[in-house]
Ligand binder design. Sequence first.
Ligand code: GLV
Length: 326
Amino acid sequence: MTRPSILISREVYPEVLARLGQHFEVDYRAVDAPLPRDQLLVRLADKDGALVMPPDRVDAALLAACPQLKAVCNCAVGYNNFDLEACSRAGVMATNTPGVLDDTTADIAWGLMLASARRIVAADQWVRAGQWDGWKLKGWLGQDVHHATLGILGMGRIGQTVARRAAGFEMRVIYHNRSRLPVEREAECRANWVDKATLLREADFLVLMLPYSPAAHHAIGAAELAQMKPTAHLINLARGGIVDDSALIAALQEKRIAGAGLDVFENEPALDPRFFALDNAVLTPHIGSATSATRMKMAMLAADNLIIALTGGRPPNLLNPVLNPT
Ligand code: GLV
């Protein structure tokens, strides 16, 4: 019996390749860069499944060009590169990698909060430039993270993990989410639900943890930034497009907010070049889940989903379960 054929659209770990090789005929593209769209369509045209990564776009046009496709497994928790409705219409299972990256992504929220509030990156650059001329009472003053108000927009698994860490800094935690958490979960996270206006007005650190959707496009724009405290810091670990980057750049240039820690951007990796001149923004290259252990877990989870999907099972992280009811 012929084995199902799959595409791995870009470089993964040898362990992941070996695992998939036990089950499938693998077309492996061992390159750590996105596959150009036209080549993705060609290489996927005769495949039963695919392990893909953002920004590989799986939409109606791709699905029409790949009639054999049964499963697309994203090596990421965010899946805004998938058109889920088109996948469902085409009878293609789509999966993501939730859970395994929650702690790692929550950790870096603290990295960005502290870096922004305490100006760590700019201070490092200043030291390296040989400009340090001694300790000063009023040198390099930042803001306290401890006992400040942490506001979280988007209170899914990662948002809740960020909230739990706030106890160590003795922070007050408020959040806004479309649906309110059960009271016992709120108590466990020591977080109180507030409306969005209150969140914007009261947060000293506003952490964005909501998934991207058209409804979330520019959820933070000029009007929202105008409601924030001039001493507040904005941390975006969610997705580019949730923040209106142009409006944020203007707010940072005019010091209408104190700082920002940004891991995701509109049109990344082609950032608005005005970001580079800001001394009150810390910029990281979409590394929220980037530790060796977590990226291995994500890739293995994507592989497991693909194996289960193509061997007749219900993948654990199926995003469009309408196709495969339990
Ligand atoms: C990374 O951004 C992810 O969605 O996993």
